[in-house]
Design a protein around this ligand. Structure first.
Ligand SMILES: Nc1nc2c(ncn2[C@@H]2O[C@H](COP(=O)(O)OP(=O)(O)OP(=O)(O)O)[C@@H](O)[C@H]2O)c(=O)[nH]1
Ligand SMILES: [Mg+2]
Length: 294
């Protein structure tokens, strides 16, 4: 008997949704970072677990409201899928439940999908009896088909989530023949790898104001030539991205090139430029060209 269905991961920003998806997939599907608002679009991937095929959707985390166009679009992304999936994995971090978690819970409450509560980052909870108390006293237990504590980073508890997914998805033939189907375009994947390095090599505030745009990509037999732009909103930010004597942008480039080379098993030439584009976070055309679509 086969099972198949859509599974969406929804939760506040930074709780570890993308880290979880990568652990479960055994490959890097979605970029991660210690700063908020890392994921900027719904990211799809397939995982076959024995006789079950799950099509996962990672979503941008719910964050506090601002009026920037990008924020508005990001806030809509989980809402787009919440009613169309068979199963929602609602993730919170380490036995904490705050107002933003409550807002996210409100979003999924009305959906008819099955629901699992994932309590992530349990490696940070020193006293495990706290976790037990939290689950015992959790007010919204009845909403969930199951509650699973886990650590996405330490790969702890992922197998339990898999088993639960197997039992909750509907009986159906597989939708996809292969689990290697690429939902995201190749250039989007490359731009995300570069964006992850931008985030990781920069300080805490800048990442939100940066984006990566692929200018050109030429693939030959054993070599790929990529030109990419790092967009920032202000001149002062450009200085930070470039760094003293170009040191920063060089580090970003080296690290991105290494990762792209490992994936493609080809020689990679990567040229990175930093460009100031005022107010890009509020410009729907630029946002759309970056894959951040309404
Ligand atoms: N200690 C610990 N850290 C974790 C765990 N899972 C994720 N993290 C860290 O939490 C941070 C955020 O992880 P992400 O996976 O990018 O979080 P996200 O929920 O996808 O964030 P958005 O895309 O902004 O919504 C990263 O620094 C991860 O390494 C965990 O189980 N334990
Ligand atoms: Mg994410």
């Amino acid at each position: 008997m086969k099972r198949c269905g859509y599974v969406s991961i929804i939760g506040k920003t930074n709780v570890g949704k993308s880290t979880f998806l990568n652990s479960l997939s055994g490959k890097k599907v979605s970029i991660t970072s210690k700063t908020s608002q890392t994921t900027r679009s719904n990211i799809y991937t397939i995982k076959n677990i024995k006789n079950t095929q799950a099509i996962f959707i990672d979503t941008p985390g719910i964050h506090s409201k601002t009026n920037k166009a990008m924020n508005k679009i990001l806030r809509k992304k989980p809402r787009e899928v919440v009613n169309d999936v068979d199963l929602i994995l609602f993730m919170i971090s380490g036995s904490k439940f705050d107002e933003l978690d409550a807002e996210t819970l409100n979003l999924i409450k009305k959906s008819n999908s099955k629901k699992i509560l994932l309590i992530n980052k349990i490696d940070l909870v020193k006293d495990k009896s706290e976790l037990f108390e939290f689950v015992k006293n959790f007010e919204h237990k009845e909403i969930f088909d199951s509650i699973i504590p886990l650590s996405a980073l330490k790969n702890d508890g992922i197998d339990i989530v898999e088993k639960e997914i197997e039992s909750l998805l509907p009986k159906s033939d597989f939708f996809y023949d292969s689990n290697n189907f690429n939902f995201q375009s190749f250039s989007f994947e490359i731009s995300e790898i570069i964006r992850e390095k931008v985030i990781r090599y920069l300080g805490d505030e800048l990442p939100y104001e940066t984006a990566v745009q692929i200018e050109s990509m030429n693939e030959k037999d054993d070599e790929i030539d990529i030109n990419a732009l790092i967009l920032v909103s202000r001149q002062s930010q450009k200085k930070i991205v470039i760094g003293s004597k170009g040191e920063k942008i060089k580090q970003i480039g080296t690290s991105a090139r290494k990762e792209i080379k490992e994936i493609l098993k080809k020689k990679v030439r990567l040229e990175l430029w930093c460009k100031v584009k005022k107010n890009w976070l509020n410009d729907p055309v630029t946002l759309e060209s970056l894959g951040i679509k309404n």
